[in-house]
Design a protein around this ligand. Sequence first.
Ligand code: FAD
Length: 403
Amino acid sequence: MYQVEPIGVVMPRDADDVQAAVEVARRHEVALLPRGGGTSLTGQTVNRALVLDFSRHMNRVLEVDAEAPWARVEPGLVQDELNHHVRPLGLLFGPDTSTSNRATLGGMLGNNSGGSHSIAYGLTVDHVVEVTALLVDGTRVVFGDVTPEELARRGRLPGLEGQIYREVGRIRDAYADEVRARYPHHWRRVAGYNLNELVGVGVKPGSLAGGGGDGSDGGGVSSDPPGSARGLNMARLIVGSEGTLVTIVETKVRLVRRPRTTALDVIHFRDLQEALESSQSILETGPYAVELTDKLILDLARGNIEQAQRMGFVQGDPAAILIVEYAGDSDAEVRAKVAELEARRARERFGYAATLAFDPAEQQSIWKLRKAGLGLLLGMKGDKKPIAFVEDTAVHPKHLAEF
Ligand SMILES: Cc1cc2nc3c(=O)[nH]c(=O)nc-3n(C[C@H](O)[C@H](O)[C@H](O)COP(=O)(O)OP(=O)(O)OC[C@H]3O[C@@H](n4cnc5c(N)ncnc54)[C@H](O)[C@@H]3O)c2cc1C
């Protein structure tokens, strides 16, 4: 869908290389375009620009603090590689996209990515602590938490950095009421700059790492009272800006404790509407993830040599399945949660069958099928197929069925 030849491609080895590229781009008045895995769906990494490909060399884990816990990494590091690195410590980077085997931390920060476990962990914005970045004039800055006093002090710094802090303060003073009144009051939202961070509206409560999320229904909203002086995390303001504000050369992200055990309850529905309607009730049981896969994807999977082998868990020919995952510290804990859902299902009479998966290998195979869903859709043969350019709608679970 998007084909634009770049002016040039730079594969930086370190922040000094990036700085040199920024200076060349500035001298020649050429746009700069940072790029990770290039898996974005809406043309984010395609432009007539000098492309900075971070995935080739700037892909290292620099430091891990297992106690806090957090990791300091380069932007070209792939999600799965970070998770592989911290797995022996019982840790995990919470947000998980379907493209986790090739998408990078820099790209996740750029897009404010989230995945199947967003009901537990929120989005990338909920896990960023700090970014080290280059401004358009080549200045190297560290953006993170600033107290109100620090914001004022940094506003007095010379050059572009000082100007940024002054502008952020000015935008907050001028538009706080407007942002409070008009920004969507929902944290599951990735669109435009995170101006909501200036006033704390539409922020996932309790999602900051370590807590593992509040298991709420996904509609959590918190907001500072008007006029309150609050600090700010400048890194959270940058997340989701798709490379348009700064070029990130390093980031510090929070990690979460990896759950000891998980289990799946895959509920089968004869009707898609029934699946959507029951999701609100399922959310009340505190799941770790709830993902829908419909008949179109299941049929495509049946016709795909690799995915067809994973279809053994599907009973009959459902219009949709909901993959409900629970996490806990012990097998007994997750089994109890699954039993609670099954009791609720019998009481409220939703779904015609359920496949329970306690074996890790079986669970992994079911997740692999779910992850393959979008790829199967995009790979449909013939002219009639979905094309990703305006997609990923966020709807409050309460309004899902009606939507
Ligand atoms: C099949 C499929 C499934 C997907 N599933 C999901 C999903 O479940 N959840 C989800 O959120 N997304 C999903 N995506 C979209 C995409 O994979 C994610 O958003 C992913 O995190 C992007 O990472 P990337 O490394 O490929 O980033 P890229 O596409 O390379 O870049 C993403 C953005 O970040 C910017 N950027 C990259 N590096 C830097 C840097 N160093 N400094 C500043 N800006 C930078 C880029 O300029 C760009 O605007 C999916 C895409 C596909 C094709």
